[in-house]
Design a protein around this ligand. Structure first.
Ligand code: PEP
Length: 257
């Protein structure tokens, strides 16, 4: 982390877990574990239907609400879709785009991820843009080329003032939900590479200011080591964000200097 230039963000991704009625008890329990002081921004990304409950329950402990997906369309006849303006109006401050599960199970391509990120920025919702390589790509030594391509595609047409509201999450697919974490060195290498890609597009200052998160089996035990890396500015956390004590421990780990 480098808090001199950029904010630290700890974001939970509940995926398709939890019920709206479970949000309040979850938050009550989480509050009991939260460290007294905190230097990071905390967000929980839930299915959109839970955003109002998250806002209500998270208000007094300053936990922001985020969604997990958005339509690329602004409005109209798109049954089942949820637009960026609907998320913004409901109070969502963040929204994940390009999560590998959406890429894998819903065929989302880099162009669509870019369109979704732009739709969110138009409405003032911060996109958490996920990128990351498969195990095959890592074994073929294609990690940085592939991730650089994903980052460039996702940021296409986004100007430097909009970039300030973007968060990048590096999530190696082989580490998501598998219990296999990238080593702190592996994660740092790619996050540093992502910052270099952004520097080439936007210049040194904007690149220095972008928060880049690591995601992939981050937990209460490994968080401190990952977050100590200079280019890892927080975490996107799946499984461990469903357990109040574990999520709070990760938030506490981000307090380190
Ligand atoms: C994720 O879904 O973004 C994620 C990182 O999941 P997990 O922490 O469970 O690997």
């Amino acid at each position: 982390m480098n808090r001199k230039y950029r904010k630290t963000v700890i974001a939970g991704n509940w995926k398709m877990n939890m019920l709206p009625s479970a949000v309040k008890p979850f938050m009550e329990e989480l509050k009991g574990y939260l460290p007294k002081t905190r230097v990071c921004d905390v967000v929980l990304c839930a299915p959109a239907i839970m955003v109002p409950a998250l806002i209500k329950a998270g208000k007094d402990c300053k936990i922001a609400a985020g969604a997990q997906d958005v339509s690329k369309y602004e409005k109209g006849a798109y049954t089942g879709e949820i637009s960026a303006s609907q998320l913004a109006d409901a109070g969502a401050k963040y929204c994940i785009v390009g999560h590998s599960e959406r890429r894998q199970y819903h065929g989302e391509c880099d162009m669509l991820v870019n369109a979704k990120a732009r739709a969110l920025l138009e409405k003032g919702v911060a996109p958490i843009i996920c990128v990351g390589e498969s195990l095959e790509q890592r074994e073929m030594d294609l990690t940085m080329e592939y991730v650089a391509y994903q980052v460039k595609a996702a940021l296409s047409g986004i100007d430097a003032s909009q970039l300030r509201r973007c968060i990048i999450a590096y999530e190696p697919i082989w580490a998501i939900g598998t219990g296999k974490t990238a080593t702190a060195e592996q994660a740092q290498e790619v996050c540093e590479g992502i910052r270099a890609v952004i520097r080439r597009i936007y210049g040194a200052r904007p690149a220095r200011a972008v928060s880049i998160l690591y995601g992939g089996s981050m937990n209460a035990k490994n968080a401190a080591e990952l977050l100590a890396m200079p280019d890892i500015d927080g975490g996107l956390i799946g499984g461990a964000s469903l357990k109040p004590a574990d999520f709070a421990a990760i938030i506490a780990a981000s307090n380190q200097e």
